[in-house]
Design a protein around this ligand. Structure first.
Ligand SMILES: [Zn+2]
Length: 336
């Protein structure tokens, strides 16, 4: 099944021709819960990993408050999903007594002291085949990008906690069957639920902070007079995506462009992958695909805009910036 973004309510570049040169394409990934295989593009799915190559790992120490095993996170989600799906007579609790006890134990977690010394295997975040994702820039004959991270709070910056692998899929003849998992995760928000993708290419214009102030002000006023939001409706697409422009909002000081240089070679970087805290929100609701009409009978958990169960900070976006000189360099990740 495909996913189709509704047309933008107005063609902003026909009114502001200076925007036409700033148009970029992005590929919305439209992840939806499923059972991807190693041969599929996915979020949170198994990876096409060579049997003879060590799994990506992280030796950094992370601030830890509470630990859970990945299996506990899956159990928690299964219990809550089942509970919201079954019919519930009035004045009955959402959870049975046994479920409530299990959920309580999982929420209590394990003490940080249990964390064994590293290195720890990383978790698959995304696997993207070039055939599915038109905006994937593939260095040197590669056609597959794998993204992994260490499921603790500190996924921002540039370190081995967030890694990329670029591959040529045909080179992987023997696939690693037993894919390792970290013994514990520091936050369930960084454990992606397995999703299949329905990629769709869209056109984007830069967010206000990526253009000159005067144009930003004129666009803002013009959109407001038409009861639209340039940021929410007309500029960048929400949700998981590859390429395009940076997130619509940033904490970064625009006077510090150096933050976005490659930490290995100082070359400029460009938006590669966006990991959001949801596929759309109140402000960006006009980007909700036509195929995802609100369904009043759908259970509220997991929410329709939250297929991957990933969230970043307090509902922010984690933008991956790739080196424009050598995409194999460590990516820079920025929460914004
Ligand atoms: Zn570089």
């Amino acid at each position: 099944m495909t996913r189709t973004t509704p047309p933008r309510p107005l063609d902003v570049a026909s009114v502001f021709p200076e925007l036409a040169d700033m148009a970029r394409t992005a590929t919305r990934l439209h992840p939806r819960p499923g059972s991807p295989t190693v041969y599929d593009s996915s979020v949170g799915g198994p990876l096409l990993w060579p049997a003879d190559e060590p799994w990506a790992s992280c030796s950094q120490e992370h601030p830890v408050y509470r630990l859970n095993t990945p299996e506990e996170i899956r159990t928690l989600r299964r219990i809550l999903g089942d509970a919201w799906r079954r019919p519930r007579p009035p004045r009955t609790n959402l959870l049975s007594a046994e479920e409530d006890a299990v959920v309580g134990r999982i929420h209590a977690g394990h003490p940080p002291e249990l964390m064994p010394a590293g290195p720890h295997p990383l978790l698959p975040v995304a696997q993207l085949y070039a055939r599915d994702v038109p905006d994937l820039p593939c260095p040197g004959g590669t056609d597959l990008l794998q993204v992994l991270w260490c499921p603790f709070e500190d996924i921002e910056g540039c370190s081995q906690a967030v890694q990329l692998r670029w591959r040529r899929a045909a080179d992987v003849t023997e696939v690693l069957a037993d894919q390792p998992e970290p013994p514990y995760v520091g936050t369930d928000h960084h454990v992606p639920a397995p999703c299949v993708l329905h990629p769709e290419q869209v056109r984007e214009y830069p967010a206000g902070h990526d253009m000159d102030e005067d144009l930003d002000r004129r666009l803002y006023r013009w959109a407001e007079e038409r009861s639209l939001s340039y940021r929410g409706d007309l500029s960048v697409a929400p949700g998981w995506k590859v390429g395009g422009w940076a997130a619509p909002y940033t904490f970064r000081d625009p006077d510090e462009p150096d933050d976005l240089r490659c930490r290995e070679c100082r070359a400029p970087t460009a938006p590669l992958l966006t990991v959001p805290s949801g596929e759309w929100d109140g402000e960006s609701g006009s980007w909700r695909p036509l195929d995802d009409e609100p369904d009043e009978d759908a259970p509220p958990y997991p929410g329709p805009a939250d297929p991957t169960m990933v969230s970043v900070g307090r509902g922010y976006t984690l933008q991956f910036y790739g080196c424009t000189r050598e995409l194999r360099h460590l990516p820079v990740t920025v929460m914004q």
